[in-house]
Every structure is written in structure tokens, then in C-alpha cells.
Design a binder for this molecule. Structure first.
Ligand SMILES: [Zn+2]
Length: 408
């Protein structure tokens, strides 16, 4: 049976994902200890592990302090120590500290025709990712019930030993992160749905909810095409439209309520069509997966063969039209946010792949020279798992901010 640790995590009134986790130095000894435990856990989370000596070097803490922190995290069941896989030279090898893969987050991503449920370990392993098809867009209570059913499925007669640290949900819409209320998800037809509360009621676990593309941006920043890049802008194109997320100074930009980063509703054509949001000429009305598919005559835009196909004149015109409007959106992001990298996911990655030189030239020609001189436009790396990884991170961020809470 799963052992829930629902009481362990802070409630939905805790700070938004974009807020600082806590001050660098705690206000008292407990605060410092908690901060240091979180620092070590953050360094091993999502990695194959790090040696004690590496942790000592990276944190600047003493060997004995690192030893005490690792022992405490081990006692909390959050990390394990393993012998190094390869000899490290002369002397006694330093054991490798690895995140415990059995501490997991359950993830949810409701879509227009189904719900994707995942299980992700603290070490970054995606243990499971399954799609449950629905005949119509799932309602919020229905999506919560599907997640609860999956939790039952995770239990085995012998017990899996998994410890669930919470539920993280990635929703294609505007989400008030403070209480996990989905204000508007147009393609799901959800308005003011208290999704976090519904998930908590259905599963008995703490649930956190945020906008899908914002979570995707954070996932690419931590584990994908934005690794090591502190300032990036992420555009993700899907069947339902274009979402976005911004990482600035290494942290997700949330805005006052969590709605920041709606890059798909940036104005790119003042003479364009009316968008479902009510405005005219949004990026997602000009650049669309359906129109690109029609122009290219392919079902799967992300297939490797798409960019190798020679294009006829009409297809080429549509590709250039969409690349032109995408360049305008990227120009706006570059001039406003000065990112080091722009990451394009979903069908936008395929669009980039059709003519990367043209998009790069358009972005550079239009942007302020100083703002654009260091920017790179690249394709996302995490593929279909990006929202599962991003949603898991939402709950892991809370756990890392307060590792002791697991035992309270
Ligand atoms: Zn719009």
C-alpha cells in the first residue's frame, strides 16, 4: 500500500512557486539547518547522485556539516548512500549520495480528450506515465477521480514501498497558484474549478496546481534544454494553442497571482483574427499546429522526417508566415526579458526545425541589438514527458524547501 505523507507538506496557502523558498540564512538555528538540508537535497534531486566531497565543495560547508546533513536526510528516508560505481583514484572512495527514488510525486495533466497521470521519483525517474482517454473534455471532479483510481492501482499486495510526497497538476489554463483554483481553462471548459481541493478530497494527498507551460519552462530549465541557464523564455505549441513560461534569475516568473507567461496571447498581428480570449491577432491565432499540419500534409509534426521533406511553394509560404509571426513574438520576449535562451517545445520545435536560420535571422533583424546579442533559439529536449516532470517539480520544490516536514 502507498504510505501517504500528506500532512508533511505545507498547505496551499504557502508561497507561490515563483517566490523565494526562504532567506539564504535562516532566522535561527533550526532555520539554518532546514535551509542546509534543502540545499543538499536540491543538489542531489534529479541527478545520478553526488559524492560527499562534491557536496562539500559546491556548498562551501565543512565536511563534518555535510556528513551530519547527509545522515539526517538519510534518516528522513530522502537520500541513500551508495558505493561509487567507478574507482575515483587513490585513497578511500567517497560514497555517492543519491535521492531516494521511492519518494514520489503523483502528477496530473488534464487534456482535451484525456488525463495523463504520472509517478515521478525524487531522483527524477519517471516511474510511470499513463494516459486515460475520455470521450469528452474531463470535468475537474472526473479528472480528480481518475487520479484517485490510479493511486489504488499503484498499491501491490506486497506493498511498493513508495512514499507519496504529494500531487502536482499541470493544467492548460490560468491557475491561481495560492489555492490551486483553475480560473479559466478554455479547451477543458473549466471556469473557477477548485482543482487542488478536488484532488485533495479524492486522494487524501496534498495537491498543488499550476499552469502547464509555466511548469514546462521550469522542467526544461532544470532538466532539459535550459540546464544551467538562469534567464530563459519557453514557448510550447500544442493542439490547444501556445503556452509559455519565463525563468528569470533562475526562478519561475509567476506574477502576482501566478498568471504570468501567457505568451500565446501576445499581439503579433494587429490586423489578425479574433482569438478565443477576446483580443485580436494573438500569437496562437496566427501560429497554429492545425494550419502547419495542413500545409505540410503530415499528422505528426514532431516526426524526424518533417524537416527533411522538400516543401512545395504553398507549404513554404505557410511555414515562412508562421516563422515570421513567431519571430515577432520572440522579438517582444527578447526586448522585454533579455533571455539567454529561447526554448521552443511541441510543434514550435518542429517549426523551428523547418528553417532555423530564417527564424534566427528574423529574430536578430527585429530585436534590439544589445538584447539579442547573446540569445540562442533552441528546441526543447524533454519531449512528451515535459509536463509530467514539471508537475512533479511543483511538489518536490515544497519538499526540498522543508525536508524535515516529511516527519512531522
Ligand atoms: Zn488571445
Amino acid at each position: 500500500m502507498l504510505r501517504g505523507v500528506t500532512e508533511a507538506l505545507p498547505g496551499p496557502s504557502a508561497p507561490s512557486p515563483g517566490a523565494p523558498l526562504r532567506s539564504p540564512l535562516g532566522s535561527n538555528l533550526d532555520g539554518v539547518r532546514q535551509h542546509n538540508l534543502g540545499t543538499v537535497l536540491r543538489l542531489v534531486h534529479g541527478t545520478p547522485g553526488r559524492s560527499r566531497s562534491e557536496l562539500t565543495r559546491v556548498t562551501g560547508l565543512s565536511r563534518s556539516t555535510i556528513g551530519a546533513l547527509v545522515s539526517e536526510l538519510s534518516a528522513l528516508g530522502l537520500v541513500k548512500e551508495e558505493e561509487p560505481r567507478e574507482p575515483t583514484g587513490v585513497g578511500r572512495p567517497s560514497p555517492i549520495v543519491v535521492a531516494n527514488p521511492d519518494v514520489v510525486v503523483v502528477t496530473v495533466n488534464p487534456e482535451i480528450d484525456g488525463v495523463v497521470v504520472g509517478v515521478v521519483g525524487l531522483d527524477g525517474t519517471v516511474h510511470r506515465r499513463a494516459r486515460h482517454t475520455t470521450d469528452a473534455p474531463p470535468t475537474a471532479p472526473e479528472a480528480a477521480r481518475i487520479v484517485a483510481d490510479q493511486l489504488e492501482g499503484l498499491a501491490t499486495p506486497s506493498g511498493t514501498g513508495l512514499r507519496v510526497a504529494g500531487v502536482g497538476a499541470a493544467v492548460p489554463g490560468s491557475v491561481r497558484v495560492a489555492d490551486g483554483v483553475v480560473r479559466m481553462a478554455p479547451h477543458l471548459e473549466w471556469v473557477d474549478e477548485p482543482f487542488a481541493a478536488l484532488l485533495e478530497e479524492a486522494t487524501g494527498l496534498k495537491a498543488l496546481v499550476a499552469n502547464d507551460a509555466s511548469l514546462g519552462a521550469n522542467a526544461e530549465h532544470l532538466f532539459g534544454a535550459g540546464r544551467g541557464i538562469d534567464d530563459l523564455v519557453y514557448f510550447n505549441g500544442g493542439a490547444g494553442g501556445i503556452g509559455g513560461g519565463v525563468i528569470t534569475h533562475g526562478r519561475p516568473l509567476a506574477g502576482s497571482s501566478g498568471y504570468a507567461g501567457e505568451l500565446g496571447h501576445m499581439l503579433v498581428n494587429s490586423a489578425g483574427d479574433r482569438c478565443h480570449c477576446g483580443a485580436v491577432g494573438c500569437l496562437e491565432t496566427e501560429v497554429s499546429q492545425a494550419r502547419l499540419r495542413d500545409a505540410l500534409g503530415v499528422d505528426d509534426l514532431e516526426a524526424a522526417s518533417v524537416d527533411a521533406e522538400p516543401l512545395d511553394a504553398a507549404s513554404r509560404r505557410e511555414v515562412e508566415r508562421q516563422l515570421g509571426y513567431l519571430a515577432i513574438a520572440i522579438r517582444n520576449a527578447v526586448n522585454v526579458l533579455n533571455p539567454r535562451r529561447v526554448v521552443l517545445g511541441g510543434f514550435l520545435g518542429a517549426l523551428l526545425g523547418l528553417d532555423p536560420a530564417l527564424l534566427d535571422a528574423e529574430v536578430r533583424a527585429q530585436s534590439l541589438a544589445a538584447s539579442a546579442e547573446q540569445v540562442e533559439v533552441v528546441r526543447a529536449e524533454l519531449g512528451a514527458a515535459v509536463l509530467t516532470v514539471g508537475a512533479a517539480e511543483l511538489a518536490f520544490t515544497r519538499l526540498i524547501a522543508d525536508p524535515i516536514a516529511l516527519q512531522r
